[in-house]
Design a protein around this ligand. Structure first.
Ligand SMILES: Nc1ncnc2c1ncn2[C@@H]1O[C@H](COP(=O)(O)OP(=O)(O)OP(=O)(O)O)[C@@H](O)[C@H]1O
Length: 263
């Protein structure tokens, strides 16, 4: 069984600069009596081409951490370095514009970058092909299934020309079969494009299925409790014995952590 190695986790490849680095990051919401410490002194790196999954009890600050890395909010203390890297974010809800076609939703990301109209259409078609949605460009989001809408969202993230993908429970609302298919798709795209991925999930097996490393956060305030390298051959199956075994180890650790906090 793979042992958790805290020391090794942030020195994966010597001399290689991380794409995302958090140093002693804390986040307090509000002020005075009503203030809430969401993250406490979190240090964490994601290396080029690395797939890191973030697990933790509900409310431990996972989404907060992603929003800080995305620059949507500022840390109260500590430092976040993503300099020189382009970041795209995906949420549980695909957040597509319902009045636009699928193609126009993807084109929006290109428009922001100043890509000319004719080129936009061709490029959007390419990105839709990457997520296996060729031929669906003229549809509206409501005409697609939940899994297909998440594919559009992924195509839009890729169209942002990002090398860092932040994913906040992107498959949490999908059925198990669709989720399995999207795991395969995401793994293929991650490898082909050498993306650095920071992926938040509640699903321990999903984290082991996808991650090079699973990082466990404590209950609030979120602190890094342990790093679990996942040294299993890819592609992995969510229902394989090896995935289940490591998932059990991590779940037990997570349970300990939750009980320690009495919730
Ligand atoms: N904008 C905000 N203002 C005040 N408190 C907030 C804000 N955003 C989050 N919080 C609080 O910070 C804590 C961490 O929230 P966050 O959403 O980051 O946790 P999470 O681990 O992603 O939760 P979940 O797993 O349930 O999605 C929670 O107690 C939440 O209520």
């Amino acid at each position: 069984m793979t042992a958790p190695l805290r020391e090794r986790a942030d020195s994966r490849i010597e001399g290689e600069e991380p794409t995302v680095r958090l140093d002693g990051v804390s986040k307090i919401y509000g002020q005075g009596k009503n203030s809430l410490l969401a993250l406490d002194n979190v240090s964490l790196s994601v290396h080029p081409g690395e797939f890191v999954c973030l697990l933790g009890a509900s409310g431990c600050g996972k989404s907060t951490l992603l929003s800080l890395v995305a620059g949507l909010d500022a840390p109260t203390a500590g430092r976040i370095d993503t300099e020189g890297h382009k970041i795209a974010m995906m949420f549980q809800e695909p957040a597509l514009f319902p009045w636009l076609t699928v193609s126009a939703n993807v084109e929006m990301a290109l428009r922001v970058q100043g890509v000319a109209k004719r080129e936009r259409q061709a490029k959007a078609a390419e990105f839709l092909e990457i997520v296996h949605l060729d031929g669906f460009g003229a549809k509206r989001p409501h005409e697609l299934s939940g899994g297909m809408r998440q594919r559009v969202s992924l195509a839009r993230a890729l169209a942002q020309d990002a090398n860092v993908l932040l994913m906040d429970e992107p498959f949490g609302a999908l059925d198990a079969m669709t989720r399995d298919l999207l795991h395969d798709e995401l793994e293929r795209i991650w490898r082909e494009r050498n993306l650095s991925v920071l992926f938040v999930t509640h699903n321990v097996r999903e984290a082991v299925r996808l991650g090079d490393r699973v990082v466990l956060l404590s209950s609030r305030p979120g602190q890094v409790v342990e790093h679990f390298p996942v040294e299993l051959d890819r592609p992995r199956r969510t229902d394989s014995t090896a995935v289940a075994e490591l998932a059990t180890t991590i779940t037990n650790r997570l349970r300990q952590e939750v009980l320690r906090h009495g919730r």
